[in-house]
Design a protein around this ligand. Structure first.
Ligand code: KIV
Ligand code: ZN
Length: 457
């Protein structure tokens, strides 16, 4: 009999904390596209941005709130009225809005950054939560720099915000300073000392300055946290945030140690990682766990031999379980549109027939030159083909209404325009074994099927 597993809420902050990392800023269209992929990935909460930070971010949060309807959409606000009002303005059309309020609590932040006393800090936090709660039922509070805050004082602030109506208490290790046992103990202390804690969700938000963000987040979960805040590819301020894919797969690969479950669809992880990297132009470190290009590569002879005999010899999870394209599917000049289309989908792109034809023509020319077309070549080619439309919008499943789809279609330039359809040089209409193909009528459907066949589908 398998033991009951606790459900962990996955709070993705790629579009907020992740976006704050150098070189990772995204415009509205890019954020919306990634938010739709996060939805497919099955995250529970998308932190879409920091609405007061800029008009662009405000518009991004607003757009995501109105288009992405399944997950909770959160917006960040400092503990002051203008921030909270702006966040609510951006979020109010969401199906499930959340206002996320933060205020630093460590002495070093109070003294040097905020220049307020501890008493002022408690009052400001509680006032802010009361105001946020008057606008939105779902309110999260984060005591910034919690892990360098005196625990006694931290519990005092937390108790005040629970009383004011906070529904999630997020505990940030803002500077990536804590270590797993210590962070687990802090969560235990909070659970023991904060009045009303049983009515709220405890969350962990870990940074990676000492390379322990994922270990710290898992330690918090083991101590009773039920939400983890994380980002795709672990992007984020400085050394980044805890990586979503690493947390989720640690739970999946080691249920004996981490008996928790999430709503994440493992097979969508690689597409999310590739899309983020393509949008930001920031490549994934090759040896990055789960999503790096070497994560499932075996070069050493002994390893190759073992993996060929039984993949379990050197693989603790299958590449397919995280959506990494089957490495046996080598793309070269003999590949057809079917294989190309599948690989594009695995990389996070879905093309309609004409767009795929267009990509395919360029792909064949490239394959002629370089033999094996790797994923990064293909991504470059896709980007290049759809250059005029910026971030290649049409690629992902369209959820826009038909009229809007026309607006979002890739701009057709002489370069990217599909060649006029010519009668296809089909010759004798037989299949690969010389058997005549059924029906030689000239309907578009039949021609399309023959094209598929002849193009190597
Ligand atoms: O790291 C941090 O403290 C944050 C808060 C705003 C949650 O990102
Ligand atoms: Zn952070």
């Amino acid at each position: 009999m398998t033991a009951e597993r606790a459900r962990i809420t996955v709070f993705d902050t790629t579009l907020r904390d992740g976006e704050q990392s150098p070189g990772c800023s995204m415009n509205r269209q890019e954020k919306l596209r990634l938010a739709q992929q996060l939805d497919r990935l099955g995250v529970d909460v998308i932190e879409a941005g920091f609405p007061i930070a800029s008009d662009g971010d405000f518009e991004s949060v607003k757009a995501i709130a109105s288009v992405v309807r399944r997950p909770i959409i959160a917006g960040l606000a400092r503990a002051c009225r203008p921030d909270i009002e702006r966040a609510w303005e951006a979020l109010k059309d969401a199906a499930r809005p959340r206002i996320h309020v933060f205020l630093a609590t460590s002495d070093i932040h109070l003294q040097y950054k905020l220049r307020i006393t501890r008493d002022q800090c408690v009052a400001q936090a509680a006032d802010a939560i009361r105001f946020a709660k008057s606008l939105c039922e779902d309110v999260e509070f984060s005591p910034e720099d919690a892990t360098r805050t005196e625990p006694e004082f931290l519990c005092r602030v937390l108790e005040a915000v629970v009383e004011a109506g906070a529904t999630t208490l997020n505990i940030p290790d803002t500077v990536g300073y804590t270590v797993p046992a210590e962070f687990g103990d802090l969560i235990t202390t909070i659970r023991q000392r904060v009045k009303g804690i049983e009515n709220v969700v405890i969350s962990a938000h870990c940074h990676n300055d000492l390379g322990m963000a994922v270990a710290n987040a898992l330690a918090a979960v083991a101590a009773g946290a039920r939400q983890v805040e994380c980002t795709i590819n672990g992007i984020g301020e400085r050394a980044g945030n805890a990586s979503l894919e690493e947390i989720v797969m640690a739970m999946r690969v080691r249920p004996d140690r981490f008996a928790y479950e999430t709503g994440v669809v493992g097979e969508q992880i690689f597409a999310a990682s590739q899309m983020l990297s393509e949008i930001t132009g920031v490549p994934v470190q090759p040896n990055k766990a789960i999503t790096g290009r070497n994560a499932f590569a075996h070069e050493a002879g002994i390893h190759q031999d073992g993996v060929l005999k039984n993949p379990l010899t050197y693989e603790i999870m299958t590449p397919q379980s995280v959506g990494v394209p089957d490495s046996k599917l080598v793309l070269g000049k003999h590949s057809g549109r079917h294989a190309l289309g599948i690989r594009c989908e695995q990389l996070g792109y879905q093309f309609d027939r004409r767009a795929l034809d267009d990509i395919y023509r360029r792909f064949v020319r490239l394959a002629d030159k370089i033999k094996h077309v790797e994923d990064h070549h293909l991504l470059e080619l896709i980007r290049d083909t759809h250059k005029p439309s910026g971030s290649a919008t049409p690629l992902i499943e369209k959820i826009v209404p038909p009229q809007a789809a026309v607006v979002n279609a890739p701009a057709v330039t002489p370069e990217s325009a599909p060649e006029p359809t010519k009668p296809f040089p089909v010759g004798p209409q037989t299949n690969a074994f010389g058997v005549p193909l059924p029906g030689h009528g000239d309907s578009h459907h039949e021609q399309t099927q023959q094209e598929d066949y002849l193009w190597g589908v």
